[in-house]
Each structure stands twice: as structure tokens, then as C-alpha cells.
Design a protein around this ligand. Sequence first.
Ligand SMILES: Cc1ncc(C[n+]2csc(CCOP(=O)(O)OP(=O)(O)O)c2C)c(N)n1
Ligand SMILES: [Mg+2]
Length: 445
Amino acid sequence: MLRSFSFKNSLPFTRVCSKSRAHSTLPGVSSSLGTLPTTQSPVVSKLSFFNSVTGDGSKIPTYRVLDGLGVPVEGAEVPEISEQFARRLYEKMQLLPTLDNILYNVQRQGKISFYITSYGEEAAVIGSAAALADDDEVLAQYRESGVLLWRGFTIDSIMAQCFGNHEDTSGKGRQMPVHFGSKQHHFHTISSPLATQIPQAAGVGFALKRDPGRSSKNVACVFFGEGAASEGDFHAGMLLASTLPTPTLFLARNNGFAISTPSSQQFYGDSLSARGPGYGIDTVRVDGNDILAVINAVTEARRRCLESGRAVMVEMMTYRVGHHSTSDDSFAYRGRQEVENKKKIDNPITRFRLFMESRGWWNETEEEELKSRLKQDVLKAFKRAETLKKPDLKELFTDVYAEEPWNIKEQREELAGLLKKYGQVWEPWRDELKSFDDEGKKLLD
Ligand SMILES: Cc1ncc(C[n+]2csc(CCOP(=O)(O)OP(=O)(O)O)c2C)c(N)n1
Ligand SMILES: [Mg+2]
């Protein structure tokens, strides 16, 4: 077990022992008055309010392994990773901005409708993925495609989903770009309404607990932003997971913004970490731009989750360097200089690269080779994806219901009628129909 950082699961006047909860009193307060009959709460005679998890009013600390220049901080335990593993981490971190750069521009060219980048959050996402088992169930928000990449989801599959072509086997082209899902990779399909994945994850944790083949083997891991944590669903999910209890791992990406709303307007207390102990959940705050800190924290959090069968939370402090999405211009609400500074001072990729260089595991030539290879791979996949046809048009009406309801039938028949009438005579439709595998013909059967 790691000793150099601690999880919090108590208010100031209690201490958590490894198995049972022992309670001492606030400094200077006598506990000789015993406890209430209904709880273990010690009775005191001094009126005292509290508003801090640390007890002394200080902020919950942030766990770090590497400093901003990739040098281990004093007393830190560097996880024992091999050169090969470090290279895999680095390559996947670099793949994210390569994909983001190209797909952002592809959206700007009007070839896909939407895109969301992971800029600045590469360590939080790849580090978490690396600390999980590949068959842990992941319920993501939308900025975590790196988990899929870590698990072997291919660049072609990323493109297929974004273009909605017939290789998008999970969504069959019916989802917005970035709404990835893959049963094979234990990655539940992203849903746009914020925070819905959080109570769902508590339920997935419950299902795992009830499955003899997977209980004590897998966790349900849920990613969410600090903005999503302002939704009621966050609290419902935390409560459910902590009381049932279920092995649910809460991974919060605190990246400073919910579109244009800064995190300072999301909470008044000590951010998300302060909420964990309120639900009796072991919690730790970590530097989310330090991949080694993320790996240590998530590894230990997952271990606790499995050992106790209870929820655990990790809050990863990071910064959203990119715009919220292709529908946003973040310079309307934050300064360019602030973003430029963050890119330089706290860059998660540079930090890890410097660490690797200090071990003799990386150099300038390899850096250039990797970047050029990744760019070629992504461009090749993009060019291929845009030539592939979309799934059959009739797939638009399938899969949601076991039996087709009357309103879907009505819509399907209406479209079939319009296609019969205009499909071959109206040029825009004739051209558009060619982009589907069945050219719309199966709808007319
Ligand atoms: C219920 C709901 N309300 C609003 C939105 C619009 N929306 C999409 S993303 C977002 C911000 C979420 O911020 P955060 O959870 O911090 O995640 P981040 O984008 O920073 O990764 C909002 C408000 C939505 N998708 N769903
Ligand atoms: Mg955010």
C-alpha cells in the first residue's frame, strides 16, 4: 500500500482506522459525556460548528509524484514502471492531441458535425486507464476517448464513429461524433445529458457485485467533470454507491470549466473532494497533470474499491486547455495568455517526457519519429473513413425498441413514401442516398 498520500473519509473529529472507525474529539473538547444512543457521535457540551474536512480549515492536499519539470518531488514513491510501459503511456498521450488536431480541423471543414478534444487532460485520462483492469466497466462523460485507445480501440474505429460510417458497429452512425461506445472494450456508450452516467455507474457496480464471476474482480468506473458534479445525479450516484454499497470508482476531472462557467462558480466548499467524506467515501485529490500520481492514486483507489466493495473517489486537478467543443470559443470568457501559460507551465505530456528523458528512455529523434508516425496514421484513417459509406438508411429506425412502436412505424413509412416520390427525381436526395450502403432501397422493401 502507498504511504505517501492519504485518502480522506472523516470529518475533523474522527479518525479512520483500517477496519473500524475510532473517534476522538475535537482538540480541547471532552468526550466523557459518552455517545448518543442512536449513533456513535460523542456528546459534547461546547457548541462548535465545523466547515472543513481537514479539521484545521486548511485545503485538502493534492498528491503529486513529479514536479512541473518531471522530477520526483521529495518523498514521492515513483511507481515501478518499465521502459516499455512508460513508452506505451507516452505514445497514447501523444496520440490524443494528434487525433484532436486533425479531427478539430475536419470539423471545421464541415466533414463532421461536432468534436470534443482532450487537450491538457491526457495524463488524467491515460493514467486512469492504465491503472484500471481492461475489463473494468467504464462509464465516461465525453472527454475520455483515451481510455478506449488504451484498451486497443483503433484509430479507424474512432474515425468510423465520428464519420458515422458503416464501420461504426456500436452506434451504426446514429450518434453525434465523440459519443463512443464499445461492448468489447467495456466502455458504455456516452450520453449527452450531463451526469446521467453517475447513478448508472452505481447500478453497474451493483450488478458487478451480484455477479459471482466478477464480484471482487471488477469495478464500475465513472468519469465526470466538476460541472457535471453540480447535477443532482452526482449526489444520487454517490449516495447510492455508498449506501448499497457498490464497488464504484468515481473519477472526477476538475478541469476548471463547465463550458464558460469557471469552477469557482460551481462550489463554495473545498471542491469535489470535500464531498466524498460526506457520503462516507474514501477520497483523494491528485495532480491530474502528473501521470505517475494519477496511476498511483487510481491503482490504490481501485484496490480499496475491490477490497471493501465500497465506492472510492479520486479528484484529478487539471486544466481544459482547448475550447469546450467545436461549438465554443473560449477566448470569449478567458484570456489567451492564461491558456498559453497553462500549456507551458503544467503540460502533462512535457512533464512525463522530461521524466522519461531523465531515465534515458526517450530522446529528440524518437519524439520526432513518434509525432510523424502518429500524424500519418491518423491522416490515413481519416482519408479512408471519409470514403466509406454510411450504414443502411433503414438502420435509422432499428435497435431502440424490441417491437417497433406505432410512431416509429409511422415515421419509417412516411420516409419510405417520400423516397418513392422524390428519391430518384430530386437531385440533392439522389446524391445523398448514394452515401448509404443500401442507397435507401431496403426502406422500400
Ligand atoms: C443536463 C445537461 N445540461 C447541460 C448540458 C450542456 N453541457 C454540455 S457539457 C457542459 C459542461 C460540463 O462541464 P464539466 O462537467 O466540467 O465537463 P468538461 O466539459 O469540463 O470536461 C454543459 C453545461 C448537457 N449536456 N446536459
Ligand atoms: Mg469541467
